[in-house]
Design a protein around this ligand. Structure first.
Ligand code: SF4
Ligand code: F3S
Length: 318
């Protein structure tokens, strides 16, 4: 059971080929502008089921390293210097998406899964669950797991005891790459640009849901990689993928965006609002009290080649 895994795209996947399998079963996916006009997994469900199930088997959970660090393509005519690159891979960090329309919840015949109205976290009631595993088969993202030791299914709980105290989930806090930021999102028509998640998702459209065509409205949003062919971005993040990658490519020149990105991983607390003032980005809590401030441009110190005090050369020879 890997509630939280990182896979190398395009070849990595856990459970094995989870996304290719669902895309294949879903059939052709069509868009008109930003609007998805194809069928979702709910609309494609066969009679008697609420969701088009996956066809996963136990063995699909046995090879979490398949495709890891494998690169697609080859370097041709300096292709590594161009965008998109002719040779590429990227890492995709995955947890349960705490979907707005959770397939796991829809599929459970025991009604053992619930979505908390106060924060949207999707949980499996361990006392009600009888191990029917419909949730495991229904979640297209492969994020509900059966535990044979307990006879029940389990999944990411979004560290709800921490969220309740205004603290970000542990994987957000521990991330040494500082790629994660937890917060609250408003519906698009009530978006507030001073809310960091609203700004990233609604205002700048930089952060996008994974496989929106599945129809679950996942609540984990990704900033797409900048060096990947557009067609792959569209398949994975919808038609907004290439534009989001272009915004990210230019983010350094944009003081508000660059400042907000610096706030990722800067505090353990949930960031409800942010401000850019002078050369600093400031994170605020629910009551608009300051949590932390960080410089937008990190100071750079250039070390002299010759250290006179210690009479030693310190030239880097990379
Ligand atoms: Fe349920 Fe899967 Fe969505 Fe998580 S990602 S809420 S397990 S359908
Ligand atoms: Fe329901 Fe899944 Fe348990 S289908 S009974 S929550 S194993």
């Amino acid at each position: 059971m890997l509630w939280n895994n990182v896979e190398t795209k395009p070849y990595g996947s856990y459970p094995l080929a989870w996304d290719l399998q669902v895309l294949g079963r879903l059939g052709p996916q069509t868009w008109e502008g930003d609007r998805y006009t194809g069928r979702t997994l709910f609309e494609s469900a066969p009679p008697g089921l609420r969701v088009l199930n996956t066809a996963r088997e136990d063995i699909d959970y046995c090879y979490p390293n398949v495709g890891e660090d494998e690169i697609l393509g080859s370097v041709e005519r300096g292709g590594a210097l161009a965008l998109p690159q002719t040779m590429w891979m990227f890492y995709l960090a995955r947890i349960c998406n705490h979907c707005t329309y959770p397939a796991c919840l829809a599929s459970c015949p025991r009604s053992s899964i619930y979505k908390r109205p106060e924060d949207g976290i999707v949980l499996i009631d361990q006392r009600r669950c009888r191990g029917y595993q419909e949730c495991v088969r229904a979640c297209p993202y492969g994020k509900a797991f059966f535990n044979p030791a307990t006879g029940t299914s389990e999944k990411c709980i979004a560290c709800f005891p921490k969220i309740e105290q205004g603290i970000q989930p542990q994987c957000f806090v521990n991330c040494i790459g500082k790629i994660r930021l937890q917060g609250w999102i408003n519906p698009p028509e009530r978006a507030r640009p001073e809310n960091p998640i609203d700004y990233l998702v609604h205002t700048r459209k930089l952060a996008l849901p994974l496989y929106p065509q599945f129809g679950l409205e996942p609540n984990v949003y990704y900033v797409p990689p900048i060096h990947v062919p557009d067609a792959f971005l569209v398949q994975m993040f919808g038609p907004g993928g290439p534009a989001a990658a272009r915004v990210y490519r230019e983010a350094r020149k944009d003081r508000v965006l660059a400042g907000l990105l610096e706030l990722f991983g800067s505090t353990e607390r949930t960031v409800s609002f942010f401000q850019i003032r002078g050369g600093e980005a400031i994170a605020l809590d629910d009551n608009r009290r300051e949590i932390v401030r960080v410089p937008i441009d990190e100071p750079i110190h250039v070390r002299p080649e010759y250290d006179r005090a210690h009479r030693v050369l310190r030239t880097n020879t990379t």
